[in-house]
Design a protein around this ligand. Structure first.
Ligand SMILES: Nc1ncnc2c1ncn2[C@@H]1O[C@H](COP(=O)(O)OP(=O)(O)O)[C@@H](O)[C@H]1O
Ligand SMILES: [Mg+2]
Length: 312
């Protein structure tokens, strides 16, 4: 296969390069792009160097978000930290194998180009099972899965008994993450840290939401993800997309000319809590944790009967 030879290039790449955060969920509208942008801005505001990648060639939401930010900052004459960004368009080739080989090269070359100049690479993915999406999950160090607070979205992770709410079986996305994890551990002994975060939560907790929470906690143990505190449904998380600002930016001063509201402050707190929950290697203790994880993975490493992950 044309790109099988390029596969090993992912090996060892992580050890010196940037930490890769992937926002993934095989469902549109769960908040991947919003979360990706907010995590990127939060990290930049904390002094980290951040690059971003958009793999959603259809929506290009993150790309637009960042373009809007750049354009607005220029027109307002404001120095606004903006990540170095690129998107990888789906390749069109005669065969699927050639197209995937080309996509592999585009993503890996793009990351190879930015990773030594940045601390973090934040990748936004499409809400569908594409080759690029699967590849992103294989190179992630941290996977953040936002999900809307409903059983419809829960379906992405597992099927639930409608009456007793027991978990019947794990869904395709959960299996895909499990495969990605296993193969990643094989490739360079790294553990993919998976965090699920409930998004667009309402301020009133209903019985339904309590059930979702209980099911998620059960599933977290089965699938090996961690749960972050949720993110609420707030206008501030979506209203500044046209000018590329996030809930974390100083928009009161530049745009509204007012003081932050309680909702703005709460929104910032939610994002800070999410970033803290990711336990990223942002400081000495984070780096120590990453190193411990790596050693733990090394100890765990044993041969797997591994399918060819790049088989077309
Ligand atoms: N916490 C939130 N509060 C309010 N609106 C949100 C929130 N999260 C996402 N949205 C809005 O929901 C829609 C889908 O979010 P988006 O990040 O584009 O999802 P995805 O990338 O998973 O398709 C967008 O209009 C976005 O502005
Ligand atoms: Mg999106």
């Amino acid at each position: 296969m044309a790109y099988t030879e390029s596969g090993p290039r992912t090996e060892g790449r992580r050890k010196s390069g940037a930490h890769v955060i992937v926002c993934g969920n095989e469902k549109g509208g769960s908040g991947k792009s919003t979360t990706a942008m907010h995590i990127a801005v939060a990290l930049m505001r904390a002094g980290q160097k951040v690059a971003t990648v958009d793999l959603d060639g259809r929506q290009l939401s993150l790309t637009r978000y960042i373009e809007n930010r750049r354009r607005w900052a220029r027109s307002a004459g404001i120095d606004l930290a903006t990540p170095e960004h690129f998107h990888v368009a789906p390749a069109r080739r005669e065969t699927v194998a050639d197209a995937e080989g080309e996509e592999f090269r585009r993503l890996m070359d793009g990351i190879g180009d930015v990773e030594h100049r940045h601390d973090f690479v934040v990748i936004d993915t499409p809400g569908s099972d594409t080759y690029l999406n699967r590849l992103a999950h294989r190179i992630a160090d941290t996977l953040v899965t936002p999900m809307n607070d409903s059983f419809i979205d829960f379906d992405v992770l597992a099927r639930i008994d409608p009456v007793g709410h027991e978990i019947i079986e794990h869904s395709q996305y959960a299996s895909a993450v499990r495969d990605a994890r296993r193969e990643r551990r094989q490739a360079d002994n790294a553990i993919l840290d998976w965090i699920v975060v409930r998004n667009r939560m309402s301020s009133i907790t209903s019985r339904n939401e309590q059930k979702i929470d209980a099911c998620l906690r059960e599933l977290a143990m089965q699938l090996g993800f961690r749960m972050a505190d949720g993110i609420s449904e707030r206008v501030v998380f979506r209203e500044f997309f046209p000018i590329g600002l996030t809930a974390l930016d100083d928009f009161e001063e530049h745009v509204l000319g007012t003081k932050p509201t309680l909702s703005h402050l709460a929104a910032r707190q939610e994002i800070r809590q999410l970033v803290a929950a990711l336990r990223l290697p942002v400081d000495e203790s984070g780096r120590r944790r990453a190193e411990t994880r790596r050693r733990y993975a090394e100890a765990l490493a044993r041969p797997f009967a591994m399918p060819d992950i790049f088989a077309g």
